[in-house]
Design a protein around this ligand. Structure first.
Ligand code: GDP
Length: 313
């Protein structure tokens, strides 16, 4: 990802760094080049405008530096502005003072929520937590089974719709493959949290339903799950490949459900990077994690500064 954007910016900066002095014309040309590169990478227009506006203003007003030549100074400004639109400082997961911490995953169908639930569970377990996955996606017939498979792979327990039943790894004894009544997802989420509290799981990860397009009913359902479970984190899961559509989707989830952060998935693909560069600005909330493949370990904490360096180096 970001290859083409990175190549374009590197070219722009190569010329810039050679210059001993920088005129307003040079700055304007650089800002134009950056704007084109970002638009070609599918970054949302308001984000591009905000970004180039800040870069231009700061580049023109930049103090003369002893250490950096004018070109290097602009590169530094671009780096800082990139870190800023990617969310600023690295944001850690917000863990509740009184466990269980409730983390809810929301996003379109296919964005990678269920896969992420397993990764997040695996990662938390690795850090000494006792996570529980809760299957509150009752929209797709296979979603519950899929979460159980994911949980098994990650070695993390799964709470599925049939009340009180825990399917999965270390809870296999308690479960039975009985018939399932696919009830109300809100009830399942509430029961899942209660079950975690009873059994000593300290983090609950709730997988919720998604549609291929934004859907008012599902949005309300996700909103209600959030309120009823008093979720500590509502993570908007977004496929980095979706390009310009990222903006409307992110805004819809942000307004309709209320989110506390985002997770970018499919960063291993050849997306141009627009969604990654737009989502923090559009939602006003940081990106917490990145998903980089289908395997349970293909997952990392998102560091805006490292991502900016990856784009600019
Ligand atoms: P959900 O509908 O939001 O729960 O999405 P899923 O978790 O079912 O993921 C949809 C598809 O994307 C599945 O085929 C996953 O294996 C795949 N997937 C999820 N995350 C990633 C990722 O980070 N990289 C790649 N390459 N594929 C992913």
């Amino acid at each position: 990802m970001f290859n083409s954007l990175s190549d374009r910016l590197t070219d722009t900066f190569r010329n810039l760094k050679r210059k001993g002095s920088l005129s307003e014309t040079d700055v304007n040309k650089t800002v134009r080049d950056i704007r084109m590169a970002l638009l070609d990478a599918d970054v949302a227009l308001p984000v591009v405008k905000q970004f180039t506006g800040s870069v231009r203003e700061r580049a023109l007003g930049a103090e003369v530096s002893q250490a950096l030549n004018p070109g290097q100074q602009v590169v530094k400004i671009v780096n800082e502005e990139l870190v800023s639109i990617l969310g600023g400082a690295t944001r850690r997961l917000n863990l509740a003072k009184n466990p269980p911490t409730v983390i809810m995953l929301a996003g379109l169908q296919g964005s990678g929520k269920t896969t992420l639930a397993g990764k997040l569970g695996y990662w938390l377990k690795d850090q000494g937590h006792a996570p529980l996955l809760v299957a509150a996606d009752l929209q797709r017939p296979n979603a519950v089974t899929q979460l159980e498979v994911v949980g098994e792979r990650a070695g993390v327990s799964v709470f599925a719709p049939e009340r009180g039943n825990v399917f999965g790894h270390d809870a296999a004894l308690e479960s039975g493959e009985g018939t399932r009544s696919f009830g109300d997802p809100i009830d399942v989420a509430i029961d899942g949290v209660a079950h975690a509290r009873d059994k000593g799981f300290d983090v609950v990860i709730i997988d919720t339903a998604g549609r291929l397009a934004v859907d008012v009913d599902l949005m309300r359902q996700a909103h209600d799950i959030r309120m009823e479970t008093n979720a500590d984190e509502v993570l908007f899961v977004i496929d980095a490949m979706i390009g310009q559509a990222a903006v409307d989707t992110a805004k819809a989830f942000s307004d309709g459900v209320g989110i506390t952060g985002s997770v970018l998935t499919k960063l291993d693909g050849d997306a141009r990077g627009g969604a990654a560069l737009s989502v923090a600005t559009v939602t006003g909330e940081p990106i917490l994690f990145a998903s980089t493949g289908e395997g349970v370990k293909d997952f990392e904490t998102f560091h805006p500064d490292r991502m900016a360096s990856r784009i600019l180096d």
